[in-house]
Design a protein around this ligand. Structure first.
Ligand code: FE
Ligand code: FE
Ligand code: ZN
Length: 291
């Protein structure tokens, strides 16, 4: 099982992320190269990167499974605001370089919001932007995340994801990141995850799935909300999430927790322990609060 959580990047950059992942008992992780909410980014420091690689090797963390996530404000779908779209395109081009320097292979991107345009135009805009961004020599793959469908979010159905992928020229440079909270909120019943994967295999191909975000949801099926809950404390439930985590067809795919902090405490160490034990701990939040 390859499991971890999102972690900070901070002053020690990839080395700091690696240390944090190890402290959670994780064997992979996902990071943002700066704050998720903004696009201010510092240059990568090679010495810190080398130290991170060394530590990963010692800790048994496979660099090929480590994931980067692009900031939330990137929007490739909307052509009405040309400035913001052009900025998103140039940011992602630079991010591919930065992430390449770190030796990381994947960047998760939210496909975008279509605002006042129609959906099919927005999906075409996303693919067009990806065609500007991606180069044959890139060693980094962009993963489109399945979204909850909050507001005018693109990528809330398998067919929307497929429509984007079909229009991208460099097919081997794009993949998919599933998110269990987003799937639930978009209307996919995680209790029937096997059937979802069957359909995915037919329509897109399971080899396109390179990352799975494991989150419970605060909201019922199909409510298009996108509010994450701690593992086993939401509407998806522990057993259904375990089925996703231990799904044999996704065995080698990194599973990343993006569950909320409990007060000011990171829940990831406790959640990973609970997942490894395969036993739900209903007192997890109380125990974290006492720490
Ligand atoms: Fe995301
Ligand atoms: Fe996610
Ligand atoms: Zn989310």
């Amino acid at each position: 099982m390859i499991i971890g959580s999102h972690v900070n990047f901070g002053n020690e950059q990839l080395l700091g992320s690696t240390k944090q992942a190890i402290s959670y008992g994780a064997n992979t992780f996902m990071f943002y190269t700066g704050a998720p909410q903004n696009t201010i980014r510092k240059a990568i420091t090679p010495d810190l990167t080398k130290a991170a690689w060394q530590l990963m090797q010692e800790a048994g963390i496979d660099l090929d499974k480590v994931i980067c996530h692009a900031p939330y404000i990137i929007n490739l779908a909307n052509k009405e605001k040309a400035d913001s779209r052009n900025f998103s395109i140039s940011f992602l081009k630079n991010e591919i370089k930065r992430v390449g320097e770190l030796g990381v292979k994947y960047i998760v991107v939210h496909p975008g919001n279509y605002l006042k345009q129609d959906l099919s135009q927005a999906l075409a805009n996303i693919a067009e932007a990806l065609n500007y961004i991606l180069n044959p020599t890139d060693e980094v793959m962009i993963l489109l995340e399945t979204m909850a469908g909050k507001g005018t979010e693109c990528g809330k159905t398998m067919s929307e994801i497929k429509t984007i992928l079909d229009q991208v020229n460099l097919k081997d440079k794009v993949g998919v990141c599933l998110d269990t909270c987003h799937l639930n909120d978009s209307g996919v019943d995680i209790a029937k995850f096997g059937a979802y994967l069957d359909e995915f295999a037919q329509l897109i191909g399971l080899e396109k799935i390179k990352c799975v975000h494991i989150n419970d949801s605060k909201n019922p099926l199909g409510t298009h909300k996108d509010r994450h809950e701690n593992i086993g404390f939401g509407t998806i439930g522990f057993a259904n999430l375990l089925n996703v985590i231990y799904e044999p067809r996704l065995k080698d795919i990194p599973k990343i927790l993006e569950t909320p902090y409990v007060e000011d405490k990171a829940p990831y160490g406790a959640e990973i322990a609970m997942i490894k034990k395969q036993t739900f701990n209903p007192l997890l939040k109380e125990e974290l609060n006492k720490k």
